[in-house]
Ligand binder design. Structure first.
Ligand code: MN
Length: 238
């Protein structure tokens, strides 16, 4: 059986092609996947667990529930788009929410998982927004507002961030190599898997004279991007 990693599907009823790719992937999953790690931005945005149906995400939750019922362990690391995914979502779908970053050890192989936006330390604006989004009191305040108001606020942030992205130089929106090496040293790993940047690749470098690898997942706008782990080998399929 295989362990699979995916991220950045950015599911929304506004982009049906990605939803179709997800539907076929998740329907096949129980046949060959024992553990599935979703490394953030599964959803284009999330305004609280009570807003899933209003955003059209009911069918995604139902598909995840069928998958966990079929015996697949599904783990969820929040992304910067779906950082408000919470325990009610977890209860409805059977997914287990993990912190970011998180260390896993299949067959004793140490792999660090992250959504990846925390590594983009050159994007100071995003890091400031991230600190706010992750603050407990800010989240409580936001979630206590009426659903319709939260949906309007999310829409506004979304179009603002699309505009901002067009103005930022590309390298600012990629990970910072020093930040990568720092978090890998901190967790004593030589393999890391993340998403967020939508730049699927397998990077090789050295940390303290040892071979290190960083696997980056791609988005699901036009293809199913996934990394598979089987028998000690990691394979990226774009
Ligand atoms: Mn992201």
């Amino acid at each position: 059986m295989t362990t699979a990693f995916i991220s950045d599907l950015h599911l929304t009823p506004e982009r049906p092609a990605s939803s179709l790719l997800f539907d076929s992937f998740i329907a096949d999953a129980p046949r060959y996947i024992s553990s599935l790690y979703i490394l953030g931005d599964l959803f284009e945005y999330w305004v609280g667990d009570d807003g899933a149906d209003a955003l059209g995400h009911g069918p995604v939750e139902a598909a995840l529930k069928r998958t966990t019922d079929a015996g697949v362990s599904v783990y969820f690391v929040r992304g910067n788009r779906d950082f408000l995914v919470g325990e009610e979502f977890a209860a409805r779908t059977g997914c287990r929410i993990l912190p970011d970053p998180v260390l896993i050890e299949p067959d004793g192989l140490r792999i660090l998982l992250s959504h990846g936006d925390a590594l983009c330390t050159d994007d100071l604006e995003h890091q400031a927004a991230r600190r706010q989004m992750l603050a407990e009191d800010w989240q409580q305040g936001f979630l206590s507002r009426p659903l319709a108001e939260r949906m309007r606020a999310a829409d506004a942030v979304r179009s603002q961030s699309e505009r901002g992205k067009q103005m930022k130089p590309m390298e600012i929106m990629d990970v910072n190599q020093e930040a990568v090496e720092a978090v890998m040293r901190e967790h004593d790993v030589r393999i890391m898997i993340h998403g967020h940047t939508h730049r699927p690749a397998a990077h090789e470098f050295e940390i303290d004279g040892e071979r290190a690898r960083r696997f980056v997942l791609g988005d699901w706008y036009e293809q199913k991007s996934a990394i598979y782990y089987e028998n000690g080998r990691l394979t990226l399929r774009r």
